[in-house]
Design a protein around this ligand. Structure first.
Ligand code: NAP
Length: 241
């Protein structure tokens, strides 16, 4: 198919859904990845279609090398180009570091960092051949500042920043831009699980962010308006950092 295509991981809910809708407004066919929540993914697809765009729901666990390999091979074999990849899938499993289980550490690091490796490499191979593409990965203010109870999450998000900046250097001359967005506290299911009290006092703008406010920055970074922007980390956090 000769159509502008965007792959968004973790697009069934929250920030990933908002990104899917922003990119749908710009005419992209959206590959809506999800892990478990088929009904939410189908809702995202229904909303994408309300913007007169189209898409498809594709289940795979980004932390699984095998599932991701099969899914990305299938996607890239059906489309001429993959224009955009948004590595958005992420989880938290919070605990103080002294109490943190190996499973909490591994699940968070594997979803974010192994997920980046699993999804980005095969898509990047495609983008380098087609000589264009934009990749945006979702870090967090925690990956920059650290956060009590989130050593696993902060480590994974800081790693994502380092990996993205490195890959950006490697492919800058090959037509592919690689950037990171680092949200603060955004109103999604994930934030509702955070065990932090009085979070509004932490935010200079004194309010939680909306998923759409992150999505608009992602859309900018993916667009030609950001044609000279690569290797950057853009914070969307109401002034937290
Ligand atoms: P969310 O509402 O919890 O949604 C998470 C999404 O990721 C869902 O679509 C989920 O799929 C998917 N997902 C989780 N693990 C996956 C896996 N292994 N493979 C594929 N998909 C997977 O989270 P969110 O708040 O929108 O967060 C999106 C991104 O922004 C994450 O990377 C998060 O770390 C980052 N972020 C969020 C905040 C915040 O305050 N919300 C702040 C900073 C950064 P299912 O629906 O199928 O479970």
């Amino acid at each position: 198919m000769n159509q502008k295509v965007a792959i968004v991981t973790g697009a069934s809910r929250g920030i990933g859904r908002a990104i899917s809708l922003e990119l749908a407004r710009s005419g992209y066919f959206i590959v809506i990845n999800y892990q478990n929540n088929i009904h939410a993914a189908e809702k995202t697809l229904e909303m994408v279609r309300e913007y007169n765009s189209d898409g498809e729901c594709v289940q795979f666990d980004v932390s699984s090398a095998e599932q991701t390999r099969i899914a990305i091979e299938n996607i890239t074999s059906r489309f001429d180009n993959i224009d955009i990849l948004v590595n958005n899938a992420g989880i938290t499993s919070d605990d103080l570091f002294l109490m943190m289980s190996e499973n909490s550490w591994d699940s968070v690091v594997n979803t974010t960092l192994k997920g980046f490796y699993n999804v980005t490499r095969p898509v990047l191979q495609h983008m380098v051949v087609q000589k264009h593409g934009a990749i945006v990965s979702m870090a967090s203010v925690a990956g920059i500042m650290g956060n009590r109870g989130q050593a696993n999450y902060a480590a994974a998000k800081a790693g994502l920043i380092g990996a993205s900046r490195s890959v950006a250097y490697e492919v800058a001359r090959l037509g592919v831009r690689v950037n990171v967005v680092a949200p603060g506290l955004i109103d999604t299911d994930m934030m509702r699980d955070l065990p932090v009290k009085n979070i509004k006092t932490l935010i200079p703008m004194a309010r939680i962010g909306k998923p759409e406010e992150v999505a608009k920055v992602v859309r900018f970074l993916c667009s030609d308006d950001a044609s000279y922007v690569t290797g950057q980390v853009i914070s969307v956090n109401g002034g937290m950092f």
